[in-house]
Structures are given as structure tokens and as C-alpha cells.
Design a binder for this molecule. Structure first.
Ligand code: ADP
Ligand code: F6P
Length: 489
């Protein structure tokens, strides 16, 4: 056993995710600039340091020419990133189509897009074929860069077909797969035409991880009910081969946020924000502009709160920072216009010549501006209709150690399981309940705020991204070692 358990001092990791931590913007024929990508996966993995990691993924742009591809590969290599080049048609069918129009809404219990239901059903086969093709392209790149001893960690719903492709290349590869979204009830998963193919390919991995115990349980039920396999306390067994399935709740690099608050430029920003919103309580929403985030529901709840609590109308402001995402998918375009329409209506209704109740920004904020905003916030509103975890809630808590503001958190976010005791939990579909919780948060006593904040702060600072990754990778190592021992016996 000891012989098998010799691990390198710094474990070499190949992180494979659809999106690289940086997105590329072309500046000339052979020049590129790189910008940090938004999203929970990137945030969490950037917080992971104690590995010799390389990241394989799509750079978010179409690069048809060889000159451009070479230059981009070189620029990315400096960031320890390796690109997978996907052409426009594949991106359209795999990323916009199968991933974001089919799997994403389904895994978040939103079903298929209503108006396009039939069209989606018709295009399903070609989109699934593109999905498999794209996953094979990721596998090819992994295979080119794999060295013996590497751990290959695949991420998210974009790459459910990847574990199978990798094991076909090399059955000795240590392969883990982690899902950053919810895994839905097996009754939802079984409506997917490719339900069995996806489950079987994920099961080719040695270890399969989810944010919460419930998601892991749903996955095991889907394997037993749809594939007729045996679920065990450790995972799923198929003809004597066990795939370990477990929950590994993700976290953030909380120190990075706490340290940032001390920086002079962040302090300066905090000062400006305090002056700008003096005399008003600040409420904050930070989300990708995605239908799962429940942004229209949040804004309607805020409207209800203003309607019912006229004395608060000039004493509170809602800052909603919504970074555009997946803008080529029609459902996301519709959401943008819907949100603009609601915000305009409410500002018209409750605004004055000198102040508006909602500041809505359609853009990404840089890290320091975001930290300052979190720090001056009195009440954060996370109203996801479903969310794998929701790291915005963690980031808010990390930045609140002096203010001890209140977190209103959807019970349908994975984070409700870890921050539920400190937050006010709400059903985001119930606008009256959310409006009432806003009043409760704004009028909460300092003692109660301190108690709730302390609970959450301890959780966020102890369950970090680093700890999450170390636990997953060491469990993956153990799983492979145990499997080898079993086969030897
Ligand atoms: P998801 O993975 O669905 O995007 P999370 O809440 O887990 O949701 O993670 C979102 C990440 O993206 C967080 O790290 C957050 O800071 C970042 N982010 C989201 N919206 C913005 C924005 N408007 N500006 C800057 N960063 C953002
Ligand atoms: O957490 C879900 C997720 O799909 C992540 O994989 C990604 O970080 C984030 O949402 C952003 O989405 P996209 O890569 O489609 O912009």
C-alpha cells in the first residue's frame, strides 16, 4: 500500500473546463489580450494554489486562422492555460445549444424553453452529436498534454461525455468529474433523450462530485432507476466496478477578499460609496444575467417592499450588478429586455428628480470595486430560482466583518445548506415573503446581525476553495489506490 501511495509533493493537475479562467480578445492578427472570465467555477479554481495545475478549455472566441491560434496558444501558455479551439458551428450547437439551451435549464428545473419546445426537440440529435464531438476535442487535447501521474479533473455539465472519452484513451488515467450546477431529481433527468449516454459516460470517472448531498443522491437515484445499476453508500456499482459519488461543497479564497479590504484603493472606493449613498441603506445584487438567478423576481419583490413601506422609499437603494452572459442564446436576450423594462418602470414610479431606487448595471465590476461594494452593503439579496452553490453569497459574507450586514438567501441555492443558519432564507417565487424579509433585514437588531454574521463568517473562512480542491483530489487519489488494491486481491 505504501508503495502505491507515493504522491508527488505538488500534485500535478490537469483542470479541464469548458471556459478558461481568462477570455481572449483579439487586438491584431497575432496579438491578444486576456481578461478574467466571470463565473463561480473560475472564482473557485483561481483560489486553488497548492497544485501544479494546468488548465485546458475554450478561450471563448472563434480563431479560424493558424496565425491567430499560434499567437493565442503562446499568450495562454504564460497563464498555464491550454486552448481547445472550437469553430463557430460547434459553439452554436454544443455551447449555445445543447449546454445552455437544454442541459442548463433542465438541471435548474426550468424545463426547455417554452416557445421553442418543438424546435428544440427537433434539433436535439444534432446538438447532442456536436456535444459529443466537442467533448472528444477536449479529450484529444488532454491526451496530448497528459503525463503519467497527472490527475485529470473535469468540470461541469459541458463535459459529461469527457470521462468516457478519456478512459478510452487511457484506462489508467485518474479521472474526476465535478458538477457546478444542481443535479436534478431523477424524474427530471429521465426526460432527457440522452439521459443514459450521459450517466454512463460520467460513471467512467473514478470519482464524481457534487456541491451538496442532495445532488449526489439524485445522481445515484438516476443511475439506479434509469440504468438499473446498484447504488451503494459509496457510489454506483456496475459489474464489480465502483464509481465513487460524494458531496464536496465548494468555497472561495476568503483571505483574498479580506486582504483586499485593507488596500488603499479599496478603502478610497469604500469612502466614495459611503458618501454617494449617505443617508440610505444599500441593498446589493451581483449576478450573471441568467434566468436561474431570479433577477426579475428580486426586483419585483423590492417594488412590493417600496409599495408597502412608503417611509423607506427615500432611505434605501438597490444596486443590481448583472454581468451579461451567454448573449447568443435567445432566452438570455429576452431576459435582458425584461429586466430593463421592469427596472425602468419601478424607477419611473418611485424615483425623484434627485434619486432613483434601483441602479442597474449590465456589466462586470473589477475585483476591487466588487470588494468595496460588498463592504458597504447593508443587505445582500441572492434570489436564485436554483443555483448549484452561489459564491456571491460567500464573497459578501467575507467582506462584511466590520459591517455585519444581512444576507437574504434563496432556499434553492446550494449555499442555503451552509449559510442557512446565518441568512434569512426565502422562497424567491414568493414575492411577498421576499418583501417582508427585506423589512426584517433592514430593521434587524445589531446583536442579531452579529450572531448571524458570525455563523456565516466562520463557515466561509474555514471551508475554502483550497480545502475543497484538496479534499476532492486526495479522495480521487485514494479511490484509485483502493481500486488497484481490490483488483490485485
Ligand atoms: P455562477 O457560477 O452561476 O456565475 P456564483 O455566484 O457561484 O454563480 O459565481 C459568480 C462569480 O462571478 C462570483 O465570483 C462573482 O463575483 C462573479 N460575478 C458575478 N457577477 C459579476 C459582476 N457583475 N461583476 C463582477 N463579478 C461578477
Ligand atoms: O457555475 C456554472 C457555470 O456554467 C460555470 O461553469 C461558469 O463559470 C459560469 O457558469 C459562467 O458561464 P459561462 O462559462 O457560460 O459564461
Amino acid at each position: 500500500y505504501e508503495k502505491l501511495d507515493v504522491r508527488p509533493l505538488r500534485q500535478r493537475l490537469l483542470v479541464v473546463a469548458n471556459r478558461l479562467p481568462v477570455s481572449a480578445v483579439r487586438r491584431g492578427e497575432d496579438s491578444w489580450s486576456l481578461e478574467i472570465s466571470a463565473g463561480g467555477l473560475v472564482t473557485a479554481l483561481l483560489g486553488v494554489k497548492e497544485f501544479e495545475a494546468r488548465w485546458i478549455g475554450w478561450a471563448g472566441v472563434n480563431v479560424p486562422d493558424e496565425v491567430g491560434q499560434k499567437a493565442l496558444t503562446k499568450a495562454l501558455a504564460e497563464k498555464r492555460c491550454i486552448p481547445v479551439f472550437l469553430d463557430e458551428e460547434i459553439v452554436h450547437q454544443y455551447y449555445n445549444g445543447y449546454c445552455n439551451n437544454i442541459l442548463w435549464p433542465l438541471f435548474h428545473y426550468l424545463g426547455l424553453p417554452q416557445e421553442d419546445r418543438l424546435a428544440t426537440t427537433r434539433s436535439f440529435q444534432s446538438q447532442f452529436a456536436a456535444y459529443k464531438k466537442a467533448n472528444q476535442m477536449f479529450a484529444d487535447v488532454v491526451n496530448q498534454h497528459y503525463e503519467e501521474g497527472d490527475v485529470v479533473w473535469c468540470h461541469d455539465y459541458h463535459l459529461m461525455y469527457l470521462p468516457k472519452c478519456l478512459k478510452e484513451y487511457n484506462n489508467n488515467m485518474k479521472v474526476g468529474w465535478f458538477l457546478h450546477t444542481p443535479f436534478p431529481s431523477s424524474e427530471i433527468h429521465r426526460t432527457l433523450p440522452s439521459r443514459s449516454d450521459l450517466l454512463r459516460s460520467v460513471l467512467a470517472a473514478d470519482l464524481v462530485g457534487f456541491h451538496t448531498y442532495d445532488y449526489a443522491r439524485h445522481f445515484v437515484s438516476a443511475c439506479t432507476r434509469i440504468l438499473g445499476l446498484e447504488g451503494t453508500p459509496e457510489g454506483v456499482e456496475d459489474q464489480g466496478r465502483l464509481t465513487r459519488v460524494a458531496a464536496f461543497p465548494i468555497g472561495i479564497d476568503s483571505d483574498r477578499f479580506i486582504r483586499a479590504l485593507e488596500l488603499p484603493q479599496v478603502q478610497e472606493h469604500i469612502k466614495e460609496l459611503k458618501e454617494r449613498f449617505a443617508g440610505r441603506k444599500v441593498m446589493l445584487g451581483v449576478d450573471r444575467l441568467d434566468m436561474i438567478k431570479g433577477i426579475p423576481q428580486k426586483i419585483l419583490a423590492f417594488e412590493k417592499f417600496l409599495e408597502e413601506n412608503s417611509i423607506w422609499r427615500d432611505k434605501v437603494v438597490l444596486l443590481q450588478i448583472a454581468v451579461p452572459t451567454r448573449t447568443d442564446v435567445p432566452e438570455y436576450q429576452k431576459l435582458t429586455s425584461q429586466v430593463h423594462e421592469i427596472v425602468g418602470r419601478i424607477n419611473g414610479r418611485f424615483g425623484t428628480l434627485t434619486a432613483v431606487p434601483i441602479h442597474h448595471l449590465d456589466r462586470s465590476l473589477d475585483f476591487h470595486a466588487l470588494c468595496a461594494l460588498y463592504a458597504v452593503t447593508d443587505v445582500a439579496l441572492v434570489t436564485s430560482l436554483r443555483d448549484g452553490m452561489n459564491l456571491v453569497s460567500y464573497e459578501f459574507v467575507a467582506c462584511q466583518d466590520s459591517k455585519k450586514g444581512v444576507l437574504i438567501l434563496s432556499e434553492f441555492a446550494g449555499a442555503a445548506q451552509s449559510l442557512g443558519a446565518g441568512a434569512i432564507l426565502v422562497n424567491p417565487w414568493n414575492i411577498t415573503e421576499v418583501a417582508d424579509s427585506i423589512l426584517q433585514a433592514l430593521t434587524m437588531s445589531p446583536e442579531e446581525r452579529e450572531k448571524r454574521h458570525r455563523h456565516n463568517f466562520v463557515h466561509v473562512t474555514t471551508h475554502t476553495a483550497q480545502e475543497w480542491a484538496e479534499t476532492f483530489v486526495s479522495e480521487l487519489d485514494d479511490t484509485v489506490i483502493e481500486a488497484k488494491l481490490r483488483t490485485k486481491q
